[in-house]
Each structure stands twice: as structure tokens, then as C-alpha cells.
Design a protein around this ligand. Sequence first.
Ligand code: SF4
Ligand code: SF4
Length: 412
Amino acid sequence: MDYVKLINCMRCGMCLPSCPTYKETFLETASPRGRVALIRKLQEGELDQSERLLEYLSLCLDCQACASACPCGVNAGELVAEFTCERKDGSGLNYMEDLILRKLVPHPDRLETSMMPMRIYQRTGLQKLVRTLGILKMFPKPLERMEALLPPLPSRPLRQEIMEITPAIGIERGTVGFFLGCVMSLIFSDASRATIKLLSSLGYKVITPRNQVCCGAPNMLGGDLDGLKEAARTNIEVFGGYDVDFIVTDCGGCGAELKKYGHHIDGDLSSAFSAKVRDISQVLALHADVLAPLLKPLPLKVTYHDPCHIAHCQGIRKEPRDLLKLVPGLIYKELETADACCGSAGTYNITKPEMSDMILQRKLDTVRASGAEILVTSNPGCLLQLKKGLADHLPDVRIMHLTEILSQSMDS
Ligand code: SF4
Ligand code: SF4
């Protein structure tokens, strides 16, 4: 770990009001400043890696709201993630982590097969029966939460049915590679289908290589830097086989990770790959003049939640809002603290349920206050978390991916 990054913190406290865990606890040890201080003391040998200390660090969501607020460029979330990677590097992955991060996640076929039982469970009516009888209460809590978060799955993952080449509609303006996020393909395939449709409507030929793999974000989250690098090398090689203008993704988490390949792997190829990565909102906003005439009226009250991986990690805030405001008849309502985390953060909502629920509740309060009937966002983790939260507390508010609402406006 780069020690300079730690000593850059001047302890001003400007990050505190933006940190979700500090807002809930008012504990210095659950603040960005406190986390930087803890890691620094560990590096300096003044503290030992006690269970309690690791627990404080593990409460960080890596939302990077602190990085947006810090005047000195300190990124406490990234430092905690780096510290976790270094710690895991020494102790290695445990059996479950090895199984998930090395044997399952990097293999799309296995990942898709692993979802089959869930699909059968949902489609045979077994899920309804299990929920009615409250059978899940007999299982460990994390399993119960996972089951509750999972929305109805599509009949097939998008990767299995999407054409490798989707032609441009009208005059071809260029070629893009489409990065299929695992969760987008497995769960939110309609949104990614809408993404591809929008790109081709704007005149892009869309190449979706089937042999691409997970971006590696779950490996980074689990402290498995080697696994992340392996995923990066595969994706760089796969997309390097095509001549594309951009590598586009509609998953905030994937986009943030893909843009960091150049940082994790030395060499021109990784930097060139990262330089081509764009969030879908960036590409669509680039062609707003072409998109606008294709959109038809949608008289809906809509608000937008900034995913942390899009707002804080990629600095994209204006484009999604500008795109929503292109839709005729749409009434846009700004959400208070729209870029505050929703509490999803990978598997955080499973591993830290109490904190995640408190953070989610704050977000739902702002959605209620906005008076919107549609909540738009563009990251699968946020979609899962907020969909469940809305179903439980605000059933009249629907959630949609940004590309779904734009595609709906095109079709309406
Ligand atoms: S992390 Fe940045 S904002 Fe927070 S206390 Fe340190 S210098 Fe200030
Ligand atoms: S990444 Fe998020 S949770 Fe972690 S210290 Fe920064 S603001 Fe707090």
C-alpha cells in the first residue's frame, strides 16, 4: 500500500457528512477519516489486526462518497479495499471464497448453470409455497435475505440469446463492443436488451463477444487481486480481437472496474482497453441530438438515483439526467442526496443487513419525498436493493434502468 495516500489525510473531517456509516453511527471508527487513521496505525505497527478493528473496516461500503468530498484526494473506500486485498494476499482465500471467486464467477457457463435451480424454484410455484409457509425462516438469515432480494429471473440469460453482432439501424456511424455484466445478463436482461437496441438505433454496430468474462469486481470486493487481474487479462484479449470505437457497459460496477484495468495491469493494451470504456449514458448523451427525435411522450414523474460506481467512481452525474430530460412529457424530480449509497454495495446487504437496511431506509425516505412514480438508476446492485425496498415500503413506485425508460419512450 502506498503510504503517501494515508498521510495525505489532514483530518479536516469534510468527508464525514457524506459517509453513510458515519451518518448512522456517529462513530469516528466508522468514518472515512477514522478508517484511514486505523490503516495508517496498522501500517506503522502501532495497532494489531484485532477482530474488532477488522470489523470496523469491513463496515465500509466502498461507496467512495468520501473521495468525492475530500479536498486532498484521499479515497478511504479504495484504501480499505486495497488493505483487504493485501491482507488476503497473505492469508489466502478460504474454501468458500475460492469456490465462488475462482471456480464459479470467472466461468459464465458455470454461473448460468448455478442459477438454474433458482429459475426452477421460481417457475414451478415452489417459491410462492415456500414464502407462504415461511419455510425460509428455518434457514440461515443470509440465505433468507438472498432469496428475498432476487426478482423474477428471465427465462434465459442474455448471453445465451443475444446475437454476437447486432447490426446498426440506418447509416452505420461506428462499432462498439458491449460488455455484458454477469448480473445484468442473468437477472436484468431486458435492460441490456434495451441498451443494445438504443445503440443500434443510433447507428452503432454492436459486438457482444460470448467469451468475455466477469469484470473481476467480485474478486476485488473479496480481496482477490490475482483473480481480478486474471479476469482483466481475459477481457483485454477478448475485446482486443475487435476494432471498436468504445467498449460500452450498462452496469455501473462493471464500468468502474473496467476503467481501472489500466491501473491494475501494466502495459499499453490494458491502458488502451480502459480508455475505450464508456458507461451507456456517456455514449447516448454524445448523440442526444440523434436520440431526441426518436423519443415519444411519456407523461411520468421520474427521479434518478446515482449509483456510487457511476457518480463517485466514474464522475458521471449530468449525462443520465440530461437523457431523462430529453423524454417529452416526462417530469423530472431531483432526488435529495441522490448520490448517497442505497446500501447494496455488492454483498454488503447480505453480510451487513442491519447497516444496509438503515442506509436503504434513508434513500427510500428521499424517494417518497420526491413524489416520483418511477425511480431510475443504472447499476444492478442498486436495482436489486431498491426494487426490494420499494416493494416492501413504497409499492406504488416502480424502478427502471435508464435504458429501459428510454427504450420505452422510443416504443410508446
Ligand atoms: S479523508 Fe479527506 S476529507 Fe476526510 S478527513 Fe482526511 S483529508 Fe479530510
Ligand atoms: S467508501 Fe463510503 S462507507 Fe467507506 S469510508 Fe468512504 S464514504 Fe464511508
